[in-house]
Design a protein around this ligand. Structure first.
Ligand code: IMP
Ligand code: MG
Length: 182
């Protein structure tokens, strides 16, 4: 394989800060759902898998039974710009009709993906209610308003990677969040 030039990565959020934030988000969700026995998460693959696993553990430690449903969406072709067109690559397994669900997302950028998914879960899948938990919020890029119930960190308009988030399938396994210096 010919070597390609690798962009440098600058650390934005350290592993320790990530851990603390996930605990905080778990506490916030717990506070709002004290009378619930089970929680239903809808995790957006692939990027949110890592965050979702950690969040699920927090919620489990708070005493919830957690059902985690997975959906694979694509809005990015390759590269760093959203195509604006969202497709379902792999649909949920299982029925969420009548359930209160929490979408778990890695990062909200334009908001197009989440506004599509929110609608889809309410209208097509007939969820009773949909809340949103995102690890990162790139607020300055928002094109489409979406209500974020739980958000970890706001990040600047930079392409970030790590903690499950990729750039063309690379850098997912970094245990910190960094940004690419192209
Ligand atoms: P949106 O539809 O523009 O909000 O884009 C949401 C999706 O784009 C996220 O679920 C991510 O998968 C991806 N995305 C947005 N910004 C970044 C980034 O900085 N790094 C990696 N993926 C990103
Ligand atoms: Mg995503």
């Amino acid at each position: 394989m010919p070597k390609t030039t690798t962009p440098e990565i600058e650390v934005l959020i350290e592993r320790e800060e990530i851990k603390e934030k996930v605990e905080e988000l778990g506490d916030d969700i717990y506070q709002d759902h004290k009378d619930y026995k089970e929680l239903n998460l809808v995790t957006v693959l692939e990027g949110a898998r890592t965050f979702s696993k950690d969040l699920e553990r927090e919620l489990f430690n708070h005493g919830f039974e957690v059902n985690n449903y997975f959906i694979k969406l694509s809005s990015y072709g390759s590269g760093t710009e959203s195509s604006g067109h969202v497709e379902i690559e792999k649909d949920l397994e299982g029925n969420i009709e009548g359930k209160d669900v929490i979408i778990v997302e890695d990062i909200v950028d334009t908001g197009l993906t989440l506004s599509f998914l929110r609608n889809y879960l309410l209208k097509e899948k007939k969820a009773n209610s949909v809340k949103i938990a995102t690890f990162l919020d790139k607020y300055s890029r928002r094109k489409c308003k979406v209500p974020l119930d739980y958000a970890g960190f706001e990040v600047e308009d930079k392409f970030v990677v790590g903690y499950g988030i990729d750039f063309n399938e690379q850098y997912r396994d970094l245990d910190y969040i960094g940004f690419l210096k192209f």
